[in-house]
Structures are given as C-alpha cells and as structure tokens.
Design a protein around this ligand. Sequence first.
Ligand SMILES: [Zn+2]
Length: 329
Amino acid sequence: MALYADLHRHLGGAIHPRIVYKFLQKQDHPVLNYFPDYEGFYSWFTRPCRTLEEFVKIHTLVEELQSLEHLPYFIVRLCRGAYTFENLQYLELRYNPYLRTARKLPVSQRIEEMEKIVEVITANLRPADYPITVKQIICLDRRLPRNINEAILRVAMESLGPVVGIDIAGPEINPDSFPVWLKLFAKARAAGLKTTAHLGETGITNVHPEFFPVLDRIGHGIHIPLLRPEWLKELAKRQITLEVCPTSYRQTGVLTDISELRPVFARCREAGVAIAVCTDNPGRNPAPCTLPGEYERLIDHDVIDFRELKEIQNESFRSAFGFAGATRF
Ligand SMILES: [Zn+2]
C-alpha cells in the first residue's frame, strides 16, 4: 500500500460535510433552518464559488464551530478519515488559532485563549487507532490587525515541535503591506519555524520577489509560472516548493478546468521548481476529494503522466516541514 503526505490542508475545510452536518444536528444549530436535509446542505457546502472571498465566507462558519470545547470532535474524525480513506502517513494541518477562540470575549482574552486552542489540537492529533503523523502550521491572516498577527506568531513560536511552520492565509487583500509579513517571517525563521504563504493563488499582485528569501514553500503560487515564469529560476535556486491544490482552483473560481494546470507543471518541471500536490479544503470539494483522487485527476487531465507520479508523491515527503523519516518510495 502506498502511503502519502499532504502538506496543505486547512482544518476549517478538511472536515467531511456529513460530519459537519451531524455536528450541527447535535447542536440544534440555527443554520439547519436553511438546510432541513443533508442533500441541501451538501450542495451548498461543496458548491463551486465565483471568488476566493465567497469561498472563505463558508469557511468562517466552520471555524466558529471549531471552538475549544468541540475541537476534539473534529480533530479525531479528521485523522480517522485521512488515515483510513486516503492512506496518509503524514499531514501538515493549518489553521488560525485566533479565529477559533470565543468571539464573545474581548481581544486580550481571545489572545490568551489561543494557547489552549493549540494545546487541545496537539493533544487530539495522536489518535491511537489511526497512526498518522500530523504536524501543525499556524496561519496568520491578512484581515487581522498587526498586533493579533504578532500574537499568533508568538503562540506558534512557543509551540515549536507540534507546530512546524507559519503561513499567511485569508483573502489576497492589501498586497502592498508585504513588508509587515517579511518581518514576521524573518522572526519566525529565527525561532526555528519554517515558512509558507498563500501567494499567487488568484492573481500575481501579492507576489513580491522580496518574499522569496524568507519562504520555504509557497501555498499555490500557480500564477508565478502562468504570469511571471522568469521568477521560477529564483524559486529553483532557493529550493522553494509550490503547494498546488488542483480541485481548489475550480472551487474558488480561479480556473475553470484542471487541464489549465498543464503550463504550471511544465514550466516548473523545466525550471527545476518542485511541486507538492495537496488538497487545501477537501471537505469543501464535491466527493470524493482525497489526495489520491487529486493525483488521479492530474493524470486524467494530462497534467502529469504516470512516470512523474512517484516523483511528485516523493516531493511531498522531501518538502515536508516536520517529516523526520526517509522518503517513502
Ligand atoms: Zn489554502
């Protein structure tokens, strides 16, 4: 049995819609007034969106459900599914701890609660029956003020070990504020954390070459090979891996068809830039969306061929932030 590694998966988008729906039923959640049956909920939850902003709005609903009290429910089921149905050996799970704190609390108490959020997630990521290794990437967010992002970084630095890296997530807004991120990333690296950032997902405006010296990987970055292929040389030199999540681009309205990824893979291959194929938000994609399914879709759309598959699967282990073992194959 082949075993896989997924390096880009959001806690808010990783949960199967059936599990979310059952949870809403248990809580007698008011959102069920709109969705008296599962089929209606499933269609809404997994529908393709026109923009990333629209996609992120539904994500916010799940983040609110994943409170301190209920995180164990979601985490255990997430590990169970990834191990049982996807043959994952290694997973890097990313989330924003601040967005899971109680919204009714003042900001200072929400900042304090973040530490407990990370502790509860860490404690539940080792289910005895599903021996998958899960490391955490903590997400900063472009929508949050600087002081909160700095507090998020502090929590990540204090949790080094279970937490292996830092990311910037949220809609691709305020592209000119990049110097702020550069400072935070340099600080993260100095503390021993690895770095990745959602860049070049919906366009090229937030990709500044100044990011490259402080990044280990780029979340998506597909618009670099598509629109600025001359930058690939620099990525190759710095051994920066792109985390490419095929189905995601259809769901967020970025691409209409997976075959549009052909130039992304071809140009990266030619320039020597590594790609790790990942799932992003598999629970938000129409079923079955698994990592092996993403591999199959890439072959099916002539983006990669079978000869490249093993190499691409190995790349995820090689580019992992916290995988200590040897490459699988
Ligand atoms: Zn993502």
